[in-house]
Design a protein around this ligand. Structure first.
Ligand SMILES: [Mn+2]
Length: 358
């Protein structure tokens, strides 16, 4: 074969490549149209029966030289790329995504602007046990110029025999303390039925790790006009976490703070494993503020400070930690709550460093 003939064949191959490219993209456009039509009909985009029919038809018309298995493989890849194209379109439009809204969401909680680029703090006891117990912590916070108090009134516990919280009485205590010390309050609500009632007492509704995939609760929270602090589920991937936030935002409420609180791994030296890189990933993927709960992610008092420093260094919008006047007698999480002296040390260490704050 002469060089001339070889060049001619190569030119033909080049032209076929371009023709294939056009055909593949034409096909992709049709697949997108079908995807839109299916979405409007509420039909799932993947249809295995239809895919099998297409493969059968292609095989029937295949006269070689490619074998059946090779042809199937090539076309399966084309089908898959088409499906993924629809998926990409979908994630491009997630309401919580940066693609949808490039600028940071800033949430005003009684004048504290969460997500404004400064770093904020949330402290308070694991569970509300009494007025005095909450008031002591509130006073210590007030002295430090802190504004956002946490406290659990409803405690979803691993064991049904553990302290379940004071319920609405706990919310009333939080409200009383918050009013007396001019603080804002975050508290977890575990039932969609309690959301409206709770809104009278608290400033931020927390949806806890165990409820991150309680879709009814997420949707109901999405219909509220209150900021939501959404904790990452104990075994949730970052993608699942983002979708959980999307459940809330899809109902109209975009005031969402994401909170990394550790995930379950094979490691046993900490209560959970703090997934520190989740913070920058969530900040890149979404426009929502991201907090780190150092108490539940570590489960160890001696790790609270280094974990908080790491969280601040990696760009968290806020730190959450538990403080109790007398952790030894706390009704929950007694191993990792700070007492007031430890709280003083923790806070001065964090704020004396060169970190951005409040
Ligand atoms: Mn706790």
């Amino acid at each position: 074969m002469s060089n001339y003939e070889l060049d001619e064949l190569r030119t033909k191959v080049d032209n076929l490549n371009l023709a294939l490219l056009k055909l593949i993209n034409d096909r992709a456009k049709l697949v997108q149209e079908i995807g839109t039509a299916k979405k409007s009909q509420g039909v799932h985009r993947y249809d295995p029966v239809r895919e099998r029919e297409m493969l059968n038809s292609i095989n029937e018309h295949n006269n070689g030289p490619f074998e059946k298995a090779t042809i199937e493989h090539v076309f399966k890849e084309i089908f898959k790329a088409g499906l993924e194209l629809q998926k990409d379109d979908h994630s491009r439009t997630l309401l919580v995504s940066r693609k949808h809204k490039p600028e940071n969401t800033i949430i005003d909680i009684k004048g504290v602007k969460i997500g404004d680029g400064k770093q904020h703090f949330v402290f308070g006891p694991c569970a509300v046990e009494s007025y005095e117990q909450v008031a002591i912590v509130a006073k210590a916070m007030k002295e430090k110029g802190l504004k956002i108090l946490r406290g659990g009134a409803y405690k979803p516990r691993s064991s049904p025999y553990d302290f379940q919280g004071l319920g609405v009485e706990g919310l009333k205590i939080l409200k009383r303390v918050a009013d007396e010390y001019d603080l804002a309050v975050i508290s977890e609500i575990i039932s969609a039925n309690d959301l409206e009632m709770a809104a009278d007492y608290i400033d931020v509704i927390q949806i806890g790790a165990r409820n991150m995939q309680n879709y009814d609760l997420l949707k109901a929270a999405g219909r509220m006009d209150k900021p939501i602090l959404l904790k990452r589920g104990i075994s949730a991937t970052i993608e699942e976490f983002i979708y959980a936030a999307e459940y809330i935002m899809s109902q109209g409420n975009g005031k969402i703070i994401l909170c990394e609180r550790g995930i379950r791994t094979y490691e046993t030296s900490t209560r959970n494993t703090l997934d520190i890189t989740a913070v920058p990933i969530l900040k890149q993927e979404t426009h929502l503020p991201v907090f780190v709960d150092v108490t539940h992610s570590t489960g160890r008092r001696d790790l609270l400070l280094p974990a908080a420093k790491a969280a601040m260094a990696i760009g968290a919008d806020g730190i959450m930690a538990e403080v109790h006047p007398d952790p030894a007698v706390a009704l929950s999480d007694s191993a990792q709550q700070m007492d007031l002296k430890q709280f003083d040390h923790f806070f001065s260490e964090l704020t004396s460093s060169n970190f951005r704050r409040i």
